[in-house]
Design a binder for this molecule. Structure first.
Ligand SMILES: [Zn+2]
Length: 278
C-alpha cells in the first residue's frame, strides 16, 4: 500500500486507536498539517529544534526512540511541556515487521511506559521504524491502544540533501491534512525548519500536533490518490529487515560528549537513528 492512500476507518473516532495505519488526516483535514520528527532525542540538537518551533509558535509531534528517551528524559519532558506531542518510535529502532505480536508488544510497552513516566501522558501514536509494518506490530499497537502513524510527505531529509531540497520537496508534496516526515539529529533539517515553517504558513497551512490534525478530520474522502512524489515507494524488503547500519552512519553520528554523568548510549543501542531505507 502506498503512503497517501486513505486507509482510515470510515467510522473514525479520534480518541481511539485505529486498526489501519494512518498516512494523513482523512477527509476534511483543512489547511492543517503535522510536522513529525523521528529518531530523537538528540542532545545538542533537540534543544535547537525546540527553540525554532517555540520562536515560531509552532507545535509538532516527536516520535522518539525509547532507549534514547530513557537516556535523555529532560529533552522528552521539554517536548511535552512546550506543547508538542510525543509518540513512540519503538525501543531501539529495530525493524519489527517480522516480530510476532508478543515481541512487538514488549517493545511498544517498554517504550510507552518509559515515555509516560517522563511526560505523564499516554502514548497515543506509534510510528514503526522504517515504516515497516507487520501483523505483529499492528496487533501490539491495537492492544496498547496506539494508532500506527506513517506519513504522506517525505523529503528524505535523512539523506542530507541540504535545506533547500528539504524545503522544496515538502512544499511540492504537501496538501491538506498532510503528515510530514522529518528527522531529529539532522543539521540540514534544523536549518530548513524556520524557512519551512514560514513557507507553509504563507501557503495558508496551520501547523498542529497529530492529535489536533486527526481530531480535526471528518469522514475520509474517497480513496485519495497518492502524491506523485511517492510513486517510487515500495514497502521495505525482506533484506531491509536485517539491515545493518552502514559504517558511515556511525562516523557521522557525534555522540554527545560525556558530561555531568551523561554518557553516550552504549554501542549496542545504536544505530538509534537509522532512517527509513528504501
Ligand atoms: Zn526512524
Amino acid at each position: 500500500m502506498l503512503p497517501g492512500d486513505t486507509l482510515r476507518h470510515s467510522n473514525f473516532q479520534p480518541q481511539e486507536a485505529q486498526d489501519q495505519p494512518i498516512y494523513r488526516a482523512a477527509g476534511k483535514g483543512g489547511k492543517r498539517v503535522a510536522l513529525t520528527f523521528d529518531d530523537g532525542p538528540y542532545p545538542g540538537l533537540t534543544e535547537q529544534y525546540l527553540a525554532v518551533l517555540e520562536a515560531h509558535q509552532a507545535t509538532a509531534t516527536f516520535f522518539v526512540i525509547g532507549c534514547r528517551a530513557e537516556r535523555y528524559p529532560h529533552l522528552v519532558r521539554d517536548m511535552s511541556s512546550k506543547g508538542h506531542e510525543v509518540g513512540s518510535h519503538s525501543w531501539q529502532h529495530a525493524c519489527l515487521s517480522k516480530v510476532n505480536s508478543l515481541g512487538a508488544k514488549e517493545d511498544l510497552l517498554r517504550t510507552a511506559r518509559t515515555l509516560e513516566s517522563i511526560t505523564g501522558k499516554p502514548v497515543r501514536y506509534f510510528r514503526p521504524p522504517y515504516g515497516a509494518l507487520g501483523p505483529g506490530v499492528m496487533e501490539a499497537a491495537r492492544e496498547l491502544d496506539e494508532s500506527v502513524v506513517l506519513w504522506n510527505v517525505d523529503p528524505r531529509d535523512w539523506t542530507n540533501p541540504g535545506p533547500q531540497a528539504i524545503i522544496q520537496r515538502v512544499l511540492a508534496q504537501v496538501r491538506d491534512g498532510s503528515i510530514i516526515l522529518l528527522h531529529e539529529g539532522r543539521p540540514g533539517t534544523l536549518q530548513a525548519l524556520p524557512i519551512l515553517i514560514r513557507e507553509l504558513r504563507q501557503q495558508g497551512y496551520e501547523l498542529v500536533t497529530l492529535s489536533e490534525l486527526l481530531s480535526s478530520s471528518e469522514k475520509p474522502s474517497a480513496a485519495a490518490s497518492p502524491p506523485q512524489k511517492e510513486k517510487g515507494y515500495r514497502p521495505p524488503s525482506v533484506k531491509e529487515t536485517t539491515y545493518q547500519p552502514p559504517s558511515v552512519s556511525r562516523t557521522t553520528y557525534s555522540p554527545p560528549q560525556a558530561g555531568a554523568g551523561d554518557k553516550a548510549p552504549p554501542a549496542e543501542q545504536f544505530p538509534a537513528p537509522l532512517p527509513p531505507k528504501r
